[in-house]
Write a new protein. Sequence first.
Length: 198
Amino acid sequence: MLTTIVSWTVSVIMLLTSAGLLLSRDWRIQLGLLAVQYLGVFWLVQLHWPLAMAATKLITGWMVTAILGITYNEIQGQVREVEENWQQGHAFRIFAVSIVSVIALAITPQIPQFLPGIGLQEVTSSLILIGIGILHLGITTQYFRVILSLLTVLAGFETIYAAIEGSVLVAALLTGTALGLALVGSYILIAPNWNKTE
């Protein structure tokens, strides 16, 4: 009973963090939300994986957050990515997040019929992360936001995939994918500055 309550609470936190990544303009807040998001992924994954394997999700997520934080802190004075029409788009983003959430909640009850053993909390969280991540990816052109949205989609995939596959090799591949995405993203953020100094 307690586990169910905590899992639903984590699902709500996942909704708030993924929506916060979409709505926030401060990179520090975005990285803080990403770190909390990975904490939620850890909780949901440990329902199906051994604690040591699930902990890799948390450690990887925080390493990814640290990599992006260090990179963006180094370049923030040199690169100023300005998103035009933020105020006009703010209401649209809130509306879009609510639509994605309603769709995720509507689809959730059907998924466990195809994937036995998975709980509604994991399905809800993963669909929300994937949906809002794709939404975020579709409405931004900023490199930093694109990286965050891809990490959000990957976190949602990891959450639902952990319930159906407990392979150590798969866990390692997903961990490598997240770290690789962070490193490539860091390079993309830094590369324009190298070009400017040449």
